[in-house]
Design a protein around this ligand. Sequence first.
Ligand SMILES: NC(=O)c1ccc[n+]([C@@H]2O[C@H](COP(=O)([O-])OP(=O)(O)OC[C@H]3O[C@@H](n4cnc5c(N)ncnc54)[C@H](O)[C@@H]3O)[C@@H](O)[C@H]2O)c1
Length: 253
Amino acid sequence: MGKLDEKVAVITGSASGIGKEIAKTYAEAGAKVVIADFNEEAMNDTVDEFKSQGFAVHGVKVNVASNEEVENMIDVAIEAFGRVDILVNNAGVSDNMQAAENVTDDVWNRVMSINVDGVMYAMRKVIPHFKENGGGTIVNMASITGLTGGRGGLTYTAAKHAIVGMTKNVASHYGPENIRCNALAPAAVQSGFSAGMKDVDEFGMEASTRGVNLMPRAGTVEEIANIALFLASDDSSYINGVALAADAGWSAY
Ligand SMILES: NC(=O)c1ccc[n+]([C@@H]2O[C@H](COP(=O)([O-])OP(=O)(O)OC[C@H]3O[C@@H](n4cnc5c(N)ncnc54)[C@H](O)[C@@H]3O)[C@@H](O)[C@H]2O)c1
Protein backbone atom coordinates (compact mmCIF):
# COMPACT_ATOMS: atom_id res chain seq x y z
CA MET A 1 0.00 0.00 0.00
CA GLY A 2 1.32 3.43 -0.97
CA LYS A 3 0.76 6.41 1.28
CA LEU A 4 -1.14 8.21 -1.48
CA ASP A 5 -3.02 5.31 -3.09
CA GLU A 6 -6.24 6.47 -4.81
CA LYS A 7 -5.26 10.12 -4.35
CA VAL A 8 -5.09 12.69 -7.14
CA ALA A 9 -2.48 15.42 -6.78
CA VAL A 10 -2.09 18.64 -8.76
CA ILE A 11 1.41 20.08 -8.47
CA THR A 12 2.27 23.46 -9.97
CA GLY A 13 5.75 24.11 -11.29
CA SER A 14 6.31 20.37 -11.54
CA ALA A 15 8.10 20.12 -14.87
CA SER A 16 11.43 20.62 -13.13
CA GLY A 17 13.21 21.22 -9.83
CA ILE A 18 11.52 20.62 -6.49
CA GLY A 19 8.05 20.27 -8.05
CA LYS A 20 9.13 17.49 -10.38
CA GLU A 21 10.66 15.55 -7.49
CA ILE A 22 7.47 16.01 -5.45
CA ALA A 23 5.44 14.69 -8.39
CA LYS A 24 7.72 11.65 -8.70
CA THR A 25 7.60 10.98 -4.95
CA TYR A 26 3.80 11.26 -4.90
CA ALA A 27 3.50 8.96 -7.94
CA GLU A 28 5.76 6.40 -6.27
CA ALA A 29 3.46 6.63 -3.24
CA GLY A 30 0.52 5.67 -5.46
CA ALA A 31 -0.96 9.04 -6.41
CA LYS A 32 -2.19 10.04 -9.84
CA VAL A 33 -0.34 13.25 -10.58
CA VAL A 34 -1.07 16.30 -12.69
CA ILE A 35 2.07 18.01 -13.96
CA ALA A 36 1.09 21.68 -14.20
CA ASP A 37 3.75 24.02 -15.54
CA PHE A 38 4.34 27.14 -17.58
CA ASN A 39 7.13 25.49 -19.58
CA GLU A 40 5.19 23.30 -22.02
CA GLU A 41 8.20 21.49 -23.46
CA ALA A 42 9.57 20.53 -20.03
CA MET A 43 6.05 19.60 -18.93
CA ASN A 44 5.61 17.24 -21.91
CA ASP A 45 9.04 15.69 -21.30
CA THR A 46 8.19 15.08 -17.64
CA VAL A 47 4.84 13.55 -18.54
CA ASP A 48 6.53 11.21 -21.07
CA GLU A 49 9.25 10.28 -18.58
CA PHE A 50 6.74 9.47 -15.83
CA LYS A 51 4.45 7.55 -18.21
CA SER A 52 7.40 5.42 -19.30
CA GLN A 53 7.90 4.56 -15.61
CA GLY A 54 4.28 3.38 -15.42
CA PHE A 55 2.92 6.29 -13.39
CA ALA A 56 -0.59 7.68 -13.86
CA VAL A 57 0.15 11.20 -15.01
CA HIS A 58 -1.50 14.02 -16.92
CA GLY A 59 0.01 17.31 -18.10
CA VAL A 60 -1.55 20.75 -18.23
CA LYS A 61 0.09 23.99 -19.30
CA VAL A 62 -0.59 26.75 -16.81
CA ASN A 63 0.65 30.19 -15.99
CA VAL A 64 -0.36 30.38 -12.34
CA ALA A 65 -0.48 34.18 -12.59
CA SER A 66 -3.66 33.78 -14.68
CA ASN A 67 -6.83 32.99 -12.77
CA GLU A 68 -8.43 31.59 -15.92
CA GLU A 69 -5.55 29.18 -16.50
CA VAL A 70 -5.48 28.09 -12.86
CA GLU A 71 -9.21 27.37 -12.95
CA ASN A 72 -8.66 25.40 -16.14
CA MET A 73 -5.84 23.45 -14.45
CA ILE A 74 -8.17 22.20 -11.72
CA ASP A 75 -10.96 21.47 -14.24
CA VAL A 76 -8.57 19.48 -16.44
CA ALA A 77 -7.36 17.50 -13.41
CA ILE A 78 -10.92 16.60 -12.45
CA GLU A 79 -11.68 15.65 -16.05
CA ALA A 80 -8.59 13.45 -16.28
CA PHE A 81 -8.80 11.68 -12.93
CA GLY A 82 -12.30 12.37 -11.58
CA ARG A 83 -11.26 14.37 -8.53
CA VAL A 84 -8.49 16.31 -6.79
CA ASP A 85 -7.35 15.38 -3.27
CA ILE A 86 -4.02 17.18 -3.00
CA LEU A 87 -2.93 20.58 -4.29
CA VAL A 88 0.73 21.55 -4.14
CA ASN A 89 1.29 25.24 -4.86
CA ASN A 90 4.95 24.96 -5.73
CA ALA A 91 5.48 27.26 -8.75
CA GLY A 92 7.48 30.30 -7.77
CA VAL A 93 10.06 32.72 -9.12
CA SER A 94 12.81 34.82 -7.58
CA ASP A 95 13.05 38.59 -7.26
CA ASN A 96 16.75 38.68 -8.12
CA MET A 97 17.46 39.63 -4.50
CA GLN A 98 16.29 43.22 -4.95
CA ALA A 99 16.65 45.16 -1.69
CA ALA A 100 13.86 47.62 -0.79
CA GLU A 101 15.41 50.69 -2.40
CA ASN A 102 16.06 48.81 -5.65
CA VAL A 103 12.71 47.08 -6.17
CA THR A 104 11.45 47.52 -9.72
CA ASP A 105 7.72 47.57 -10.40
CA ASP A 106 8.16 44.83 -13.02
CA VAL A 107 9.79 42.43 -10.58
CA TRP A 108 7.33 43.28 -7.78
CA ASN A 109 4.34 42.66 -10.06
CA ARG A 110 5.74 39.47 -11.60
CA VAL A 111 6.76 37.88 -8.31
CA MET A 112 3.53 38.83 -6.55
CA SER A 113 1.37 37.59 -9.41
CA ILE A 114 3.11 34.20 -9.62
CA ASN A 115 4.08 33.58 -5.98
CA VAL A 116 1.01 35.07 -4.26
CA ASP A 117 -1.91 35.52 -6.67
CA GLY A 118 -1.31 32.07 -8.15
CA VAL A 119 -1.53 30.39 -4.75
CA MET A 120 -4.73 32.25 -3.91
CA TYR A 121 -6.33 31.43 -7.31
CA ALA A 122 -5.63 27.72 -6.90
CA MET A 123 -6.88 27.52 -3.30
CA ARG A 124 -10.00 29.55 -4.17
CA LYS A 125 -10.80 27.14 -6.98
CA VAL A 126 -10.04 23.87 -5.22
CA ILE A 127 -11.62 24.48 -1.78
CA PRO A 128 -15.26 24.14 -2.95
CA HIS A 129 -14.26 20.89 -4.68
CA PHE A 130 -12.58 19.64 -1.49
CA LYS A 131 -15.71 20.52 0.50
CA GLU A 132 -17.85 18.52 -1.92
CA ASN A 133 -15.46 15.56 -1.59
CA GLY A 134 -15.35 15.68 2.19
CA GLY A 135 -11.82 17.06 2.45
CA GLY A 136 -8.43 17.59 0.88
CA THR A 137 -4.87 18.67 1.52
CA ILE A 138 -2.90 21.71 0.38
CA VAL A 139 0.87 22.04 0.55
CA ASN A 140 2.15 25.54 -0.17
CA MET A 141 5.79 26.11 -1.04
CA ALA A 142 6.97 28.99 1.08
CA SER A 143 10.65 29.48 1.88
CA ILE A 144 12.83 30.27 4.85
CA THR A 145 12.36 33.87 3.67
CA GLY A 146 8.70 33.48 4.67
CA LEU A 147 9.75 32.90 8.29
CA THR A 148 12.70 35.26 8.60
CA GLY A 149 13.44 38.84 7.56
CA GLY A 150 16.73 39.21 5.82
CA ARG A 151 17.44 36.15 3.72
CA GLY A 152 16.08 37.29 0.36
CA GLY A 153 14.95 40.30 -1.59
CA LEU A 154 12.07 42.44 -0.34
CA THR A 155 9.45 41.20 -2.80
CA TYR A 156 10.28 37.51 -2.44
CA THR A 157 10.30 37.86 1.35
CA ALA A 158 6.92 39.62 1.29
CA ALA A 159 5.48 37.01 -1.09
CA LYS A 160 6.62 34.07 1.01
CA HIS A 161 5.30 35.70 4.19
CA ALA A 162 1.98 36.09 2.35
CA ILE A 163 2.02 32.37 1.59
CA VAL A 164 2.55 31.56 5.26
CA GLY A 165 -0.34 33.85 6.19
CA MET A 166 -2.67 32.37 3.57
CA THR A 167 -1.70 28.88 4.74
CA LYS A 168 -2.67 29.60 8.34
CA ASN A 169 -5.85 31.38 7.29
CA VAL A 170 -7.06 28.47 5.15
CA ALA A 171 -6.09 25.91 7.81
CA SER A 172 -7.97 27.85 10.44
CA HIS A 173 -11.09 28.51 8.38
CA TYR A 174 -11.41 25.12 6.68
CA GLY A 175 -9.85 22.69 9.17
CA PRO A 176 -13.33 21.80 10.44
CA GLU A 177 -14.20 20.75 6.85
CA ASN A 178 -11.39 18.19 6.88
CA ILE A 179 -9.15 20.43 4.77
CA ARG A 180 -5.53 20.69 5.81
CA CYS A 181 -3.22 23.42 4.57
CA ASN A 182 0.46 23.50 5.49
CA ALA A 183 3.53 25.24 4.13
CA LEU A 184 7.05 24.08 3.57
CA ALA A 185 9.86 26.56 4.10
CA PRO A 186 13.16 25.41 2.61
CA ALA A 187 16.47 27.23 2.82
CA ALA A 188 18.70 26.66 -0.20
CA VAL A 189 17.84 23.73 -2.42
CA GLN A 190 19.86 22.53 -5.38
CA SER A 191 17.58 23.18 -8.39
CA GLY A 192 17.41 25.48 -11.39
CA PHE A 193 16.03 28.26 -9.19
CA SER A 194 19.09 30.43 -8.70
CA ALA A 195 20.16 29.93 -12.32
CA GLY A 196 16.91 31.69 -13.20
CA MET A 197 18.06 34.88 -11.45
CA LYS A 198 19.31 37.70 -13.62
CA ASP A 199 20.53 41.24 -13.00
CA VAL A 200 21.00 40.25 -9.37
CA ASP A 201 20.97 43.21 -6.98
CA GLU A 202 24.48 43.34 -5.57
CA PHE A 203 23.56 44.98 -2.25
CA GLY A 204 20.49 42.75 -1.81
CA MET A 205 22.57 39.63 -2.46
CA GLU A 206 25.32 40.72 -0.09
CA ALA A 207 22.87 41.59 2.68
CA SER A 208 20.77 38.44 2.18
CA THR A 209 23.73 36.10 2.39
CA ARG A 210 25.44 37.63 5.45
CA GLY A 211 24.47 34.64 7.58
CA VAL A 212 24.78 31.95 4.94
CA ASN A 213 27.93 30.48 6.49
CA LEU A 214 25.71 29.48 9.44
CA MET A 215 23.60 27.26 7.17
CA PRO A 216 25.08 23.77 7.62
CA ARG A 217 24.35 22.77 4.02
CA ALA A 218 21.93 23.12 1.13
CA GLY A 219 19.07 20.65 0.84
CA THR A 220 18.32 18.24 -1.97
CA VAL A 221 15.09 18.06 -3.95
CA GLU A 222 14.60 14.55 -2.54
CA GLU A 223 14.69 15.86 1.04
CA ILE A 224 12.09 18.51 0.23
CA ALA A 225 9.88 16.02 -1.63
CA ASN A 226 9.93 13.66 1.35
CA ILE A 227 8.62 16.44 3.59
CA ALA A 228 5.99 17.32 0.98
CA LEU A 229 4.90 13.66 1.02
CA PHE A 230 4.62 13.74 4.81
CA LEU A 231 2.49 16.90 4.66
CA ALA A 232 0.21 15.49 1.95
CA SER A 233 -0.29 12.07 3.52
CA ASP A 234 -2.20 10.92 6.58
CA ASP A 235 1.12 10.67 8.43
CA SER A 236 0.62 14.37 9.20
CA SER A 237 -3.13 14.10 9.83
CA TYR A 238 -2.96 16.10 13.08
CA ILE A 239 -0.90 18.93 11.56
CA ASN A 240 -2.73 21.91 10.11
CA GLY A 241 -1.58 25.49 9.52
CA VAL A 242 2.14 25.10 10.08
CA ALA A 243 5.01 26.47 8.03
CA LEU A 244 7.68 23.86 8.43
CA ALA A 245 11.28 25.09 8.15
CA ALA A 246 13.47 22.74 6.13
CA ASP A 247 16.88 24.27 6.65
CA ALA A 248 19.15 21.90 8.61
CA GLY A 249 18.62 24.13 11.64
CA TRP A 250 19.76 27.37 9.99
CA SER A 251 16.85 29.45 11.28
CA ALA A 252 17.10 27.90 14.74
CA TYR A 253 20.13 30.11 15.38
N1 LIG B 1 15.53 26.27 -4.83
C1 LIG B 1 15.54 26.89 -3.67
O1 LIG B 1 16.62 27.18 -3.10
C2 LIG B 1 14.26 27.22 -2.98
C3 LIG B 1 14.29 27.56 -1.62
C4 LIG B 1 13.10 27.86 -0.98
C5 LIG B 1 11.92 27.84 -1.67
N2 LIG B 1 11.92 27.53 -2.99
C6 LIG B 1 10.63 27.55 -3.67
O2 LIG B 1 10.39 26.27 -4.23
C7 LIG B 1 9.55 26.39 -5.37
C8 LIG B 1 10.14 25.62 -6.53
O3 LIG B 1 11.41 26.13 -6.79
P1 LIG B 1 12.54 25.35 -7.60
O4 LIG B 1 13.79 25.52 -6.83
O5 LIG B 1 12.09 23.99 -7.97
O6 LIG B 1 12.61 26.29 -8.88
P2 LIG B 1 12.85 25.94 -10.43
O7 LIG B 1 13.08 27.26 -11.06
O8 LIG B 1 13.89 24.87 -10.53
O9 LIG B 1 11.46 25.32 -10.91
C9 LIG B 1 10.29 26.10 -10.92
C10 LIG B 1 9.28 25.49 -11.86
O10 LIG B 1 8.12 26.35 -11.84
C11 LIG B 1 7.72 26.64 -13.17
N3 LIG B 1 7.07 27.95 -13.22
C12 LIG B 1 7.68 29.16 -13.12
N4 LIG B 1 6.77 30.15 -13.27
C13 LIG B 1 5.57 29.54 -13.46
C14 LIG B 1 4.26 30.02 -13.67
N5 LIG B 1 4.01 31.34 -13.75
N6 LIG B 1 3.26 29.12 -13.81
C15 LIG B 1 3.52 27.79 -13.77
N7 LIG B 1 4.74 27.29 -13.58
C16 LIG B 1 5.77 28.14 -13.43
C17 LIG B 1 8.99 26.59 -13.98
O11 LIG B 1 8.73 26.37 -15.37
C18 LIG B 1 9.74 25.44 -13.31
O12 LIG B 1 9.38 24.19 -13.89
C19 LIG B 1 9.38 27.90 -5.60
O13 LIG B 1 8.16 28.33 -5.05
C20 LIG B 1 10.54 28.51 -4.83
O14 LIG B 1 10.26 29.82 -4.41
C21 LIG B 1 13.05 27.21 -3.66
